[in-house]
Write a protein of this length. Structure first.
Length: 134
């Protein structure tokens, strides 16, 4: 009886692991537009943005108020995380977490792209984007 219970629980555990596996689709090249949000303990700031993906490269259009600051360079994505490698030089007069750089979690369903990260105990930085028809 104990062996049967153990086998059942093992089967249940394995089923749960596979059912929790990411359902993300691969990020497609194209233009995505939407909003950026930086959440701090003191409040939040938002801004509109456009993010372009093209053959392993990205370009994030920033705003004058740096919400977001922008960024461009290369990226790599796996099933649930995307790593941006910004290639720009930046001044030191603002929160560099506003630059699209580093490791982010993401969700993509083929049309809607959500990207977010909690960075350096400073805040949560997120993008909510929609793929534009080209």
């Amino acid at each position: 009886m104990k062996q049967l219970t153990f086998l059942f629980l093992s089967f249940l555990f394995i089923t749960l692991i596979y059912s929790c596996k990411s359902e993300n689709k691969p990020i497609e090249d194209g233009v995505y537009s939407g909003t950026f949000k930086a959440e701090y303990s003191s409040g939040f700031q938002t801004g509109s943005t456009v993010l372009e993906f093209n053959e392993g490269r990205y370009l994030c259009h920033g705003n004058q108020n740096r919400f977001p600051a922008g960024g461009s360079g290369t990226f790599m994505a796996d099933e649930d995380q995307i790593v941006f490698q910004d290639e720009n030089f930046w001044t030191a007069d603002f929160d560099w977490n506003l630059i699209l750089n580093g490791t982010y979690d993401y969700e993509f369903d083929g049309k809607n792209l959500k990207i977010w990260a909690s960075k350096n105990d400073v805040g949560i930085y997120s993008f909510v984007l929609v793929k534009q028809n080209n």
